[in-house]
Each structure stands twice: as C-alpha cells, then as structure tokens.
Design a protein around this ligand. Structure first.
Ligand SMILES: Cc1cc2nc3c(=O)[nH]c(=O)nc-3n(C[C@H](O)[C@H](O)[C@H](O)COP(=O)(O)OP(=O)(O)OC[C@H]3O[C@@H](n4cnc5c(N)ncnc54)[C@H](O)[C@@H]3O)c2cc1C
Ligand code: FES
Length: 284
C-alpha cells in the first residue's frame, strides 16, 4: 500500500555532472519498494511546479528505513530539488507501479542507459544477494555517450554480477551502442542456461531496439517505461501508452503468452511502469 510521507532528507550529493543522489528517510516505502517501482517527489512548499515528479527507487534500505533516488536535472522541478539540503524534508508518495518480475531460473541481462540505470541497479543488487548461481547468470550492460556520463559503475561492480560498458565515443568499454552487446550475450547465455530474460530501462530508442532484438531472438523482455505523470496513481489518464491485446495460459516457466491485433491504452503509472516489451506498440 503506497504511503504519503514528509520524508527527512538525510543526504544529497552530485554523482556525475547534473546527476544527484538523494537519500530520504521513508520507512514504509523502504519496507516494500521493489526494483522498477517509483516514488512521486515534491517540495513541501512547491507552488510552481505544483505537481510531484516521478523517480525510480534506486535503493531501499529496509533496516534503516531509507530510500535513494538518482535524478538528472532537466527542468524546473529537478532544478529546485538541487537546492534541497540534509535536515530539510521532501514530500514522497510511494512505492508506486508494478515492479520487474525476477524469475529464479535461467539467465538475465539488464541493459540500460541514462536515468534508466537506477531501477537496474536495484535489480542487480537483488541478483547479487541471491545464490552464486543467480549472480553468475546475470549480466549488466550500460551505455552512455561518454565515460563521464556512465552512472553507478562501482556500485554495479560491487554486486558481483558481470558488467560491460559501452560509450558512443569509445572513451570506455565498447565503442558504439550498448545494444551492439546484447545479441552476443543472449546467444552465449541461451547456450549455457537455456532461458534468458532481458530487463531494460533508458531512452525510448534504446528500449525499442532491445525489444526488437529480444522479439527476434525469442527472448522475454521487460521494459520500464517513462511517461509524464500528473497523478501517479491511475486516475488522470495522463500517462497512457498504446498496447496490444494479450492472452496467457500456464504459470512460471510453463507460461505461454500471445498477442492479438486489438489495440488499447494502459496507464504507465498503474499498469506499469514495467511492461512486457511485446505488449507495447512501439511503431504507431
Ligand atoms: C516511472 C518513472 C521513473 C522515472 N525515474 C527517473 C529517475 O530515476 N531519474 C530521473 O532523473 N528521472 C526519472 N524519471 C523522469 C523524471 O520524472 C523527469 O525527468 C522529471 O519529472 C522532470 O521534471 P522537471 O520538473 O525537472 O522537468 P520539467 O520542467 O517537467 O520538464 C523540462 C523539460 O525537460 C523535458 N523532460 C522531462 N523529463 C525528461 C527526461 N526524463 N529526460 C529528458 N528530458 C525530459 C520536458 O519535456 C521539458 O522539455 C522517471 C519518470 C518516470 C515516469
Ligand atoms: S499519472 Fe495519472 S493516470 Fe497515470
């Protein structure tokens, strides 16, 4: 059940140019937040902008009751947030939305870039805490334009899962798009583990390319979408995305899913932000 909290700000630091990590004391949210879920955040005295801004939960420290979000400064709300100091308070509502679904079998690839990285770090840390077999069967692929725009690299390294980087200018890792790395990893993991599930979050063009690669390779793919979110809890219809009709039989590894020609809309905040990539209509 989501909670609305006036959360004490515990820490606030710049981790890359125009990117900040904010730590908030929010015990009810920390107690239940899962990778892929998000919180709505606003200043306690905000008038303009009035509405909260959505951010993925990057970490939930259940023992301390703290959560961390990582945000990029893009407009009015995030610019105001940069002024927040430890000792102050922020209004937080969450956790909201449906999380990633992590299967205990097979292998997984987490692929993302930009501010799609926070939910993937939470997921990678969850995989890193699981038994060795799950850690070994998890690969993270992160892309950015340049090396200084890569995020949380040391945090990913600490999880113990395999991390590969790509930069457009070749300043670190693979010289090119992060999606170039996906197909070889899928083939290798499929040969070794049988089943592979891909989790992606980041720029739309990247997620669409990931979705196409997974569809062509017959691999499951969960996408964490972004949309403008006036309310965040399903009442305003301001965040809808076009999706296909779906049918499903069976459960777990024996689940079979298919798609129809029917088109309708779903709310990213309430039905997502995590969707099956095949459900999303990417090209209309
Ligand atoms: C479920 C969900 C999770 C999200 N998680 C994160 C996260 O973990 N970290 C994070 O930094 N952001 C995240 N976002 C995006 C974040 O909500 C927006 O960047 C934020 O609302 C912008 O608020 P603002 O007031 O600063 O910008 P606004 O004043 O609302 O917008 C200023 C300008 O920036 C553009 N803009 C808005 N959002 C973005 C964007 N994401 N990228 C580039 N340009 C944009 C607008 O079109 C506008 O032109 C998430 C969004 C959703 C829906
Ligand atoms: S933001 Fe209002 S319905 Fe999704």
């Amino acid at each position: 059940m989501p909670s609305v909290i006036s959360a004490p700000i515990l820490a606030h630091r710049e981790v890359a140019p125009r990117h900040f990590v904010l730590t908030l004391h929010a015990p009810p949210i920390a107690a239940s937040a899962q990778p892929g879920q998000f919180v709505q955040v606003r200043g306690v005295d905000w008038v303009d902008p009035l509405l909260p801004r959505p951010f993925s939960v990057m970490r939930a420290h259940r023992d301390k009751g703290d959560i961390e979000i990582l945000y990029r400064v893009v407009g009015k709300g995030t610019a105001l947030m940069t002024r927040w100091q430890p000792g102050g308070n922020a209004q937080v509502f969450g956790p909201l939305g449906k999380p990633f679904q992590l299967f205990p079998y097979g292998a997984r690839v987490l692929i993302g870039g930009g501010v799609g990285i926070p939910p993937l770090l939470m997921l990678a840390e969850q995989c890193g805490r699981r038994p060795e077999a799950m850690r070994a069967a998890t690969v993270v692929l992160q892309g950015a334009r340049t090396a200084d725009q890569l995020l949380c690299v040391e945090d990913f390294q600490r999880t113990g899962v395999t991390l590969e980087l790509a930069t457009d200018d070749g300043s670190t890792g693979h010289h090119g798009l992060v999606t170039d790395l996906l197909k070889p990893h899928i083939s290798r993991l499929q040969a070794r583990y049988g089943t592979v599930e891909v989790f992606t979050c980041g720029p739309m063009a990247m997620m669409r390319a990931v979705a196409e690669t997974c569809r062509d390779g017959g691999v499951g793919c969960q996408v964490c979408l972004e949309a403008p979110m006036p309310c965040g809890f399903g009442v305003c219809m301001g965040c809808v995305v076009k999706v296909r009709g779906a049918w499903e039989i069976g459960q777990g590894s024996r689940r079979i899913k298919g798609w129809t020609m029917e088109r309708h809309y779903k709310r990213v905040c309430h039905d997502g932000p995590v969707f099956d990539a095949n459900e999303v209509v990417w090209d209309e």
